[in-house]
Structure formats: structure tokens, C-alpha cells
Write a new protein. Structure first.
Length: 79
């Protein structure tokens, strides 16, 4: 099945704005993130929040066909 992945903030700077990914049926958000980290080991220690279809979810959520998964690293800013 295919899911759409979007990256924000520092992740976007490193990986681009997003991509489509083929994943197995039953794949969890955690497994998807592990795949991303396997391809980009420098992200291993970066904590992320995740949203599926614009709703924050736990890493244990199972993905469905055409889900949009958004990864958000910690951000800071402002003066």
C-alpha cells in the first residue's frame, strides 16, 4: 500500500518536503519512522511527533492506504 509522508522544520531541510512510500499492510507509524531512520541514521536521536491525516497519534497507530503521515521534530524560536 502507499502512504504520503511529509516532513517539517529541520526534517524538511534534510529530507525535503515529502514523498510517497510503499509500506506493508499493518505497518505502524513507528515502523515507518524506523525505515526513515535506517535511510538517514543521523536522525536516530531526533525525537518526533507524528500526525496521521492531520491528527496527532501515537507511534503504535497502524497505517492505511493513502494515509498522510507528517513528522514534526522539536522546534523553538521567537525572541
Amino acid at each position: 500500500m502507499t502512504v504520503r509522508v511529509r516532513y517539517f522544520a529541520a526534517l524538511r531541510e534534510r529530507l525535503g518536503s515529502g514523498e510517497s512510500r510503499a509500506v506493508r499492510t499493518g505497518t505502524t507509524v513507528a515502523a515507518l519512522w524506523s525505515d526513515v531512520v535506517a535511510e538517514h541514521p543521523g536522525l536516530a536521536r531526533m525525537p518526533v511527533r507524528v500526525a496521521v491525516n492531520a491528527h496527532y497519534v501515537a507511534m503504535s497507530v497502524r497505517l492505511r492506504e493513502n494515509d498522510e503521515v507528517a513528522f514534526f521534530p522539536p522546534v523553538s524560536g521567537g525572541a
